[in-house]
Design a protein around this ligand. Structure first.
Ligand code: SF4
Ligand code: SF4
Ligand code: SF4
Ligand code: FES
Length: 571
């Protein structure tokens, strides 16, 4: 690594050749303000907020794009620099309506922060205040053009990071507007509501509906955790206030997703409408009535002890590794103990890394719809196809949201044609999901040593259940006592049917579920935002889950409930 020595504000700083002045300054703890720049996307030097004075340069230069070189002498807050920044800010404040008291982002806005920093205490130029539209056609967040400073962070995030290319600019000069596709309402555009644009927007132009007015920076807490809504396991930050998650953001430092989230991880959990279970419940005279933890656990322990080998246990693949391990310890891993949805045989083996997707020149996606599931893995495919010229081949039955991106689509019976295409590529990657069938066997055989294979498991922590020996179907015939560790999962009709034959049903659940109609005891479980531990993602990576909130009411985390039950079983 070649290093150069530069001087910033009189301080000698070592910088890496190839770094920009901004990067070198940030690494040295020197703050240069930015607006259009965001570290996750390529710099474009558009807003001129980061201007600095460089010795021997005739004009001020943008630090976000100017590369370091030996001997540069830089001033980051000289009178000339400050004057230029104030000018930029004054122009921005005169162009559109940044009357902050009416902005839902007031207190969370990078533009506003800079106005305070540079002491803008009056309007330097007459305000035009054009009456621009607010586009609220999208379900989860709105676009207020009045607050937009045309920094283009969102455009680059959508294109470079998500590979979706929904956003762009239309018209020129003062008429310039941010648009979706060919200037259609956002809700009718190709937007997939991943919210990446929202996360990078420096102002209140893009605002999510749940956290608007929810609390400014100083009032909220931020907890890093792992998204628990599919087996990709994206790093997420939960923004909470007063025991509520008001926003979910992608964790820029997370190796799995580098800040990206999909709609399922970012927005859908905030719109959960199922009722929570807040106390243990015991069935009495046909009705579930509130009970103490002691009575509920005692009743469960008694029936389990008496059940012998007529005890059956079903575990959701949403539980943490720690809960899965305890479950295996308490109940064993015999035939009557298993997963609510075991992974198919072809996905049992951990294979390939999600980062392999970034190196593909041809993707063969088999038995998976990356527009519906494992979407952040799908973003890598989109980036490959839309930004790097990679080709996409889909193999499977039925409709696939990635069809418009595909160069070819084959039925499983036509797999030979996909194999020929992959053999002709230099770095093919096969991505396979739960619906892949015997065609995968042929792909493995014919592309051995040529292609990399990346499997996407269903469920969230199926790998964790696998490690605990629980990822298998349970044989429930003859089961008299059934323990369903549902956690915060949903129960489908099969599960309700499975409960029919049992005399005594225990449901450990965070939410109300139709399965409770069959339950004799209900144990209230903490949900994804209230539990701590680890999960193992589809690649086999162990990821930390951190509780951002205390469990609601008397709910307890799954592993704690199992420990207490174990104690009552004399373990
Ligand atoms: S939500 Fe995602 S897909 Fe939609 S415009 Fe923003 S970055 Fe693009
Ligand atoms: S919507 Fe936000 S991120 Fe996009 S150009 Fe406007 S201010 Fe910048
Ligand atoms: S891809 Fe999966 S882990 Fe990542 S944000 Fe979406 S649901 Fe969560
Ligand atoms: S932050 Fe450098 S020009 Fe905008």
């Amino acid at each position: 690594m070649t290093t150069v020595t530069i001087t910033i504000d009189g301080r000698e700083v070592k910088a890496r050749a190839g770094q920009t002045i901004l990067e070198a300054a940030q690494a040295a703890g020197i703050d240069i303000p930015v607006l259009c720049h965001h570290p996750a996307v390529q710099p474009i030097g558009a807003c001129r907020m980061c201007l600095v004075e460089i010795e021997k340069q005739r004009a001020l230069q943008p630090a976000c794009t100017f590369p370091v070189s030996e001997g540069l002498v830089i001033q980051t807050e000289s009178p000339k620099v400050v004057e230029a920044r104030k000018f930029v800010l004054n122009l921005l404040f005169s162009e559109r309506n940044h009357f902050c008291m009416f902005c839902q982002m007031s207190g969370n806005c990078e533009l506003q922060d800079l106005a305070y920093r540079y002491q803008l205490d009056h309007w330097a130029y007459q305000r035009a205040y054009p009456n621009l539209p607010v586009d609220s056609s999208r379900q989860y967040f709105v676009m207020d053009h009045n607050r937009c400073i045309l920094c283009r962070r969102c455009i680059r995030a959508c294109a470079d990071l998500v590979g979706n290319h929904t956003l762009g600019l239309r018209r020129r000069g003062v008429d310039t507007m941010l648009v979706a596709d060919m200037d259609v309402p956002f809700g009718e555009s190709s937007c997939i509501s991943c919210g990446t644009c929202l996360q990078v927007c420096p102002t209140g132009a893009l605002m999510d509906r749940t956290s608007a007015y929810g609390g400014v920076k100083e009032e909220v807490e931020r907890v890093k955790t792992t998204c628990q809504f599919c087996s990709v396991g994206c790093g997420a930050e939960l923004v909470t206030r007063d025991n509520h998650v008001i926003r979910i953001e992608g964790d820029w430092d997370a190796e799995v997703n580098h800040g990206l989230l999909c709609v399922r991880g970012r927005f859908e959990p905030l719109y959960e409408r199922r009722e929570r279970i807040t106390t243990p419940l015991i069935r009495q005279n046909g009705k579930l009535v509130e009970a103490s933890w002691d009575d509920a656990l005692q009743a469960v322990a008694q029936r389990i002890k008496a059940a012998g080998n007529t005890l059956g246990v079903l575990v959701s693949p949403r539980v943490t590794n720690e809960a899965a391990k305890l479950c295996a310890k308490v109940f064993g891993t015999a035939a009557r103990v298993g997963s609510m949805s075991p992974v198919p045989e072809h996905l049992k083996r951990e294979e390939g890394k999600l980062t392999d997707l970034d190196e593909a020149d041809l993707f063969v996606v088999v038995g998976a719809d990356l527009g519906k599931d494992h979407q952040v893995a799908g973003f890598a495919v989109k980036r490959g196809v839309n930004n790097k010229g990679a080709r996409l081949v889909l193999v499977g039955e039925g409709e696939n949201e990635f069809s418009p991106l595909a160069m070819a689509e084959f039925k499983p019976a036509e797999i030979e044609q996909a194999i020929v295409l992959a053999q002709g590529a230099s770095s093919p990657v096969v991505v396979y999901g739960a619906k892949a069938g015997s065609e995968l066997v042929l792909l493995r055989e014919k592309l051995a040593g040529k292609a990399r294979f990346v499997g996407l498991t269903p469920g969230v922590n199926s790998r964790g259940l696998q490690a605990a020996g629980l990822d298998k179907p349970a044989n429930l015939s003859g089961v008299k006592v059934l323990y369903v560790l549902l956690s915060d999962d949903t129960a489908d009709a099969n599960l309700t049917d499975a409960a029919q034959g049992a005399d005594f049903v225990v449901v450990q659940t965070g939410f109300e579920t139709p399965l409770m109609d069959k339950a004799d005891v209900v144990l209230p479980a903490a949900i994804w935002s209230e539990r701590a531990g680890t999960i193992t993602n589809t690649e086999g990576r162990k990821l930390a889950v951190t509780a951002a909130l205390p469990p609601i009411g008397e709910a307890r985390p799954d592993d704690q409930i199992l420990k207490e039950l174990a104690a009552r079983l004399g373990m």
